[in-house]
Design a protein around this ligand. Sequence first.
Ligand SMILES: O=C(O)CCC(=O)C(=O)O
Length: 281
Amino acid sequence: MLDMIQETPGRDAGWLPALLREGYLSIPAITDAADITKIRAICSRLIAVRAGYREGRQFDMVGEDESPSILRVPQILRPHLDAPELRRTRFYLAAEALARSLLGPEARFTFDHIIMKPALDGSAVPFHQDEAFRDPAMKYQEITIWLPLQPVDMQNGCMQFVAGSHLGEVLPHHRGGGRVHALECSGYEQNRIVSCPLPLGGCTVHTGRTVHGSGANQSQAPRYAYSLVFEFPPSKCDSPRTFPWQGNAPTNRDLREQRWRRRGGVGIMAWRKLRRKLLGR
Ligand SMILES: O=C(O)CCC(=O)C(=O)O
């Protein structure tokens, strides 16, 4: 993982060695309070109006996701499709510059998501590797820049990483209970878990292979986080891999997406792809 990334001149001399060694970074400041206020208002509005629900882009990441009225821990995939202004924030510009300094100038934005943990909710995000959700036939070089939209600590669900786990393979994963979207992995070194509390405006960075998760939100206020993913175009894997957990019964989110695609969503996806190509972003 990240084998195309070298410690060469022009790459970020400060952060890159730690990312290559540990598989994650904890950066105390990437944006300011006014920017966070703006991003948080967008995120809470998108969750409140259930943006992307019919497309399967909004769902309950830890529950069975049977109804839009019960999303215990709502997650929205690609929220920039609902709110393009998310790509014009101070955070976005700083994250893009950081990603290019770490990965190289060819790195491109490919994905974003929002996760909201309600106040006093017992749900943790299980430890997993992001690569476990992706196509096993392809090789990925990606980083996620995770921005909490309030200060975070162990009480409200800060990120936790397994140091050095990005240097191994993709570990076995399973769904945390039947039709739940979230994946959970096994076989990682529990004694290498590092918690990353952050002040307002700080962020973490992790690779697609770094094992990570976050604890429950035991505080009195909701915990929001907004993540951006940057990567090189994926290439074919040298040796074939299989991710058996992807063959499980489809989740309710999967079924909504399939229905939406059949009912015209395929055309919308083609239009979005074309627009991305024409705009070059
Ligand atoms: O927001 C969280 O608690 C977990 C985020 C996460 O797993 C990710 O961004 O890959």
